[in-house]
Write a protein that binds this ligand. Structure first.
Ligand code: NAD
Ligand code: UD1
Length: 315
């Protein structure tokens, strides 16, 4: 199959690319490297890598016309909630307009498309107090990021209903694992926490550390993508992707300290604006398709630490 991964040089994208290459597919990437890194995907041929902005609507349309992809996994986005609060208009272009253009380009130019998969987010649930978050429950987006992801997934869903374009949207919960970039203050919290431990630098909690998240290991996210891509029953639907279990930030912090046998200092500052207090997923619908998270938080953290320490010592 011809597979396109937008945002393929990023954290999740690089694992998706690796998976489809390992399964013998021809994989293409569009990525402007705004938060991604070409070194994440050395296994992608130069001629299959387009260092381009997905907001270049004509260019994306032309690539789709030319390559007639079978499968598109659309991950390119402004991923930081805080960035979308600071730049609501620009992030709207990337997260909504470019998504709509991708759908429309396939409707107009690609009769070969078998599936478009869109990365939505648990952020759409906002501060819902009735947990777990289920796709049957109301959404409550409280940041531009959440609004944009909800709009994106609804366009994706309606392109299936209105135009028979085979699509699936996945609401990822908090994904972690190797190649998640810890460098920005707005990077995924476990990448920041892990690098604080490895570099023996202080870690800052926004709030008191009692906030909870459903931390899902990146390999389980790849499992979910590959499963829905192969399932006709997933067409036109939205699914949660998590583990079904919450963990508090403080629990994870203490677990990492015990495993690494390190004790680093901590700071506590105010909660972030637009931050969600508690979140975890109801994964029943995805489980009905055969999904089973293989990594508990403990197993995922062990695997993450092993991979990161191998990289540090150059194995
Ligand atoms: P990431 O920042 O590592 O990956 C995003 C990639 O998209 C990067 O390589 C970046 O360079 C690229 N990109 C950004 N804007 C682009 C543009 N205008 N044109 C082309 N490329 C562009 O982030 P990630 O964690 O791998 O996230 C992947 C997707 O999953 C995103 O859509 C994100 O919103 C979604 N998601 C992630 C999480 C998580 O916990 N990491 C949770 C829910 C949803
Ligand atoms: C994350 C994703 C977002 C996704 C959402 C789905 C990132 C950068 N963001 O948002 O794309 O849609 O999950 O649930 O991956 N925190 C600290 N100290 C830090 C950093 C963060 O205490 O140094 C706290 C935050 O305030 C928050 C929690 O840790 O309460 C998680 O933060 P973060 O990893 O940024 O994730 P979300 O905001 O949940």
């Amino acid at each position: 199959m011809n597979v396109l991964v937008t945002g393929g040089a990023g954290f999740i994208g690089s694992h998706v690319v690796e998976h489809y290459l390992n399964h013998g597919h021809e994989v293409f990437v569009i990525d402007n490297l705004s938060t991604g890194n070409r070194e994440n995907i050395p296994f992608v041929k130069a001629e299959n890598f387009f260092e381009e902005d997905i907001c270049d609507l004509d260019l994306v349309g032309n690539i789709i016309k030319e390559y007639q992809f079978d499968l598109i996994i659309h991950l390119a986005a402004v991923v930081s909630v805080v960035d979308t609060i600071n730049n609501p208009v620009d992030s709207n272009e990337v997260n909504i307009t470019a998504t709509l253009n991708l759908l429309e380009s396939n409707r107009l130019y690609n009769n070969n498309i078998k599936r478009i998969i869109f990365a939505s987010s648990a952020a759409v649930y906002g501060n819902n107090t009735q947990l777990p978050n289920s796709i049957m429950k109301l959404v409550n987006p409280i940041s531009p990021y959440a609004i944009q992801k909800y709009a994106g997934e609804q366009y994706v869903k309606q392109y299936s209903n209105l135009y028979d374009i085979p699509t699936t949207a996945l609401r990822f919960f908090n994904v972690y694992g190797p190649r998640q970039d810890p460098k920005s203050a707005y990077s995924g919290v476990l990448s920041i926490m892990q690098s604080s431990y490895l570099d023996e630098k202080p870690f800052t909690f926004f709030g008191d550390g009692t906030q909870t998240r459903d931390f899902v290991y990146v390999k389980d996210v790849v499992q979910a993508i590959s499963l829905v891509a192969d399932s006709d029953n997933a067409i036109g639907h939205v699914f949660n992707v998590g583990t079904g279990k919450p963990s508090s930030l403080m629990e994870v912090f203490e677990f990492l300290g015990n495993v690494l046998e390190k004790d680093i200092s901590t700071n506590f500052v105010n909660e972030r604006e637009g931050d969600i207090k508690h979140s975890y997923a109801d994964i029943q619908e995805l489980s009905n398709l055969g999904y089973f998270p293989k990594y508990s938080i403990e197993e995922g953290l062990y695997s993450y630490i092993n991979e990161s320490t191998k990289k540090e010592i150059g194995v």
